[in-house]
Ligand binder design. Structure first.
Ligand SMILES: Nc1ncnc2c1ncn2[C@@H]1O[C@H](COP(=O)(O)OP(=O)(O)OP(=O)(O)O)[C@@H](O)[C@H]1O
Length: 264
């Protein structure tokens, strides 16, 4: 399912944060959204998820303008994994995951037994089955992120937005989450957009990238093209380059590490 971003300008006050962004996310692709802090990645995600209405431009998901969809229509199309969620209520992990079915249920229905076993299967796949009965509020930041991913996967939407879902995860769980999301996207032919601060996770797992700086798109397309040294230096400063390890792995690293030469 294609996500088409057409000439989006948006912001929280009258000041535009996003400036004339256009891009297409083809169906079945795992696409990264990369850029320095404050460049507008979360703001763009909020526009795609119709939480924020752009000043101008349109976002089409499967040719439907997201600004014209109801909340439940949007929730059937787009799953969202936020940076972190604080729950005021003492929901258990399984209850949090089951909330992913809210868009499919009417106001009076409760999740079925089938829903429960499906939610448990997703928890198993993500490695959080042992936490199912625990209160969400009492989990660590990384465990919460895994639960939020499980909730979005349970929602079974053709489009998935993930806003820094790896920020609280340990090194192994970061790779596990990326591999898992990539496999699920390929299996279900879904479309995913993920914001990441580690360009090496992007290199290893994503098909394409959008690179932003100061509310504008610097480059877009397949990884090698979107994250070329020139584009990366334009976004992060000239102390960054692509290198190859002795095992032939491509990595993006600073040219110099130290006080004198830092990323901009
Ligand atoms: N709720 C808000 N109200 C007003 N301004 C906001 C709000 N949220 C974000 N901004 C501003 O919008 C700009 C872009 O923020 P955004 O969160 O989209 O960037 P980001 O690229 O996701 O950053 P980061 O990598 O640090 O998470 C920043 O200047 C920020 O101060």
């Amino acid at each position: 399912m294609t996500v088409q971003i057409n000439n989006i300008s948006a912001g929280y006050t009258k000041v535009p944060i996003l400036k004339d962004i256009s891009a297409a996310l083809p169906g079945g692709q795992f696409c990264a959204l990369v850029g320095p802090n404050g460049s507008g990645k979360t703001t763009l995600m909020r526009c795609i998820n119709a939480i924020l209405t752009p000043f101008s431009g349109r976002i089409l998901v499967a040719n439907q303008d997201v600004a014209r969809l109801s909340r439940s229509q949007t929730a059937r199309l787009i799953g969202f994994v936020p940076q972190i969620t604080h729950s005021v209520f003492a929901f258990t992990v399984l209850e949090m995951v089951l909330m992913g079915s809210a868009a499919r249920l009417n106001a009076w229905s409760a999740p079925s037994r089938q829903d429960r076993s499906k939610a448990q299967a997703i928890c198993e796949e993500i490695g959080i089955r042992h936490l199912a009965a625990q209160p969400f509020q009492q989990l660590s930041g990384g465990q919460k992120q895994l639960v939020l991913l499980a909730r979005a996967l349970f929602q079974e939407t053709p489009v998935l937005l993930l806003d820094e879902p790896t920020s609280h995860l340990d090194f192994c769980n970061q790779h596990k989450m990326m591999a898992l999301v990539r496999d699920i996207i390929k299996r279900k032919n879904a479309t995913a957009l993920i914001t990441l601060h580690d360009p090496n996770l992007v290199l290893n797992y994503c098909d394409a990238a959008l690179l932003m700086k100061e509310g504008r798109l610097i480059s877009a397309g397949p990884i090698e093209q979107a994250l070329s040294d020139t584009s990366l230096q334009q976004a992060f400063g000239d102390n960054i380059q692509t290198d190859t390890t002795s095992r032939g792995l491509q990595v993006i690293v600073p040219k110099n590490i130290g006080r004198e030469k830092q990323c901009s």
